[in-house]
Write a protein that binds this ligand. Structure first.
Ligand SMILES: [Zn+2]
Ligand SMILES: [Zn+2]
Length: 280
C-alpha cells in the first residue's frame, strides 16, 4: 500500500519525547515513506515558564538546524527530509513569535501552527487530558462551551494569520473531554474555521496520535474530516511521533479510512508548493 510522508515528528530535543533525529529518519526509511518532516516545537520562551520544558531552548536552535541539514543531505538518496517547526499560536504574542521565527524561515520547509494552551483571561489552560477546570472558572459558571468556542476562535485567528503552512491537530481540545451542551453552537465555530481554510493556502493535518491516546480517535474527528474532504481542503498525515517507533503510526488504516470517505490525494508540502499525490 502506498504510504505518504509523515510531516509531524518530535525528538529528545522537545524534552517530553525520545530519540535522536536520525532514528526518526531511519524508521521512516524502513517503512518506505517518501518524506519525513522533522517538526520539533519551536522554543516556547514567549510563553509562561511552565511551558518552556516542552520545547528546545533557543540556544539549541542552531545545532538542531545544522544536524537536520546534515541528515537531510546524508539520506537524500533514500528519503526527502523536510525541516520544520511546530509553532504555538497565541494571538497576544503572535507578532513576537513572527519576529522570533523570521531569521530561521529560509532554513525551513514549512511551519505547523498548533494550539497547546487556551488563553482565557489571566489563565493559559494547558490542553491536557489531566486538566481540571480551575475552581474560579467553575465558580463563575464559565461553561465548557465558552472554552470550546474560545479555542475555535483562536484557531480561526491562526488560520487567518496566513503565517503557517499546516494546521496541527485541529480538534485537540477534545483532550479535555468536554461534551458540549450546545453541539450546534460548537459546530458553527468549527465551520467558521473551515470557511477560512477554504480561502487560505494552508494544509490540514490528519494527526494519528489521538489513536494512541484515550480519545482513540484521529484529530480531527470523522465529521470534520468529511467536511474537509467535501470542501477539497488539502490534507497531509502526521503521526506526531514522540518516539521513533511512532513514525507512520496507523497510516495504513488512516489512508483506508480517508479513501473510503472520498479522499483522492494527499499533499506534499514545502514553503512554496503543495503537490498532490494520488492515493492509489
Ligand atoms: Zn502539538
Ligand atoms: Zn507535535
Amino acid at each position: 500500500m502506498f504510504l505518504p510522508g509523515d510531516y509531524h515528528t518530535h525528538s529528545f530535543l522537545c524534552n517530553h519525547a525520545d530519540g535522536q533525529l536520525i532514528e526518526y529518519i531511519q524508521t521512516a526509511i524502513s517503512l518506505g515513506l517518501p518524506e519525513i518532516g522533522l517538526s520539533g516545537h519551536f522554543p516556547m520562551f514567549l510563553l509562561p515558564p511552565q511551558f518552556h520544558k516542552y520545547a528546545m531552548d533557543i540556544s539549541e536552535l542552531p545545532n538542531y538546524l545544522a544536524t537536520a541539514k546534515e541528515l537531510k543531505e546524508k539520506y537524500k538518496s533514500k528519503i526527502q527530509t523536510k525541516i520544520a517547526f511546530e509553532v504555538d499560536f497565541h494571538k497576544p504574542i503572535f507578532s513576537q513569535y513572527e519576529q522570533a521565527l523570521k531569521p530561521y524561515l529560509p532554513d525551513l520547509d514549512y511551519l505547523i501552527g498548533s494550539i497547546h494552551g487556551l488563553k482565557w483571561k489571566d489563565y493559559i489552560i494547558p490542553i491536557e487530558s489531566s486538566f481540571i477546570l480551575p475552581a474560579e472558572l467553575a465558580r463563575k459558571n464559565i461553561g465548557k462551551d465558552t472554552l470550546l468556542v474560545s479555542y475555535y476562535s483562536d484557531l480561526l485567528e491562526l488560520v487567518r494569520s496566513n503565517f503557517y503552512d499546516v494546521l496541527g491537530h485541529f480538534d485537540v481540545i477534545k483532550k479535555l473531554g468536554f461534551t458540549p451542551d450546545d453541539e450546534d453552537r460548537i459546530w458553527e465555530s468549527i465551520l467558521r474555521v473551515l470557511d477560512a481554510l477554504e480561502t487560505s493556502n494552508m494544509v490540514v493535518e490528519v494527526n494519528t496520535s489521538g489513536l494512541r491516546k484515550s480519545e482513540n480517535e484521529l484529530y480531527p474527528n470523522k465529521r470534520i474530516i468529511k467536511e474537509l474532504i467535501a470542501r477539497k481542503i488539502l490534507l497531509v498525515i502526521g503521526s506526531d511521533a514522540h518516539h521513533p517507533t511512532d513514525v507512520g503510526y496507523a497510516f495504513e488504516p488512516t489512508i483506508h479510512f480517508l479513501k473510503k470517505n472520498g479522499l483522492k490525494s494527499v499533499s506534499k508540502i514545502s514553503s512554496q508548493e503543495r503537490v498532490q499525490v494520488p492515493l492509489n
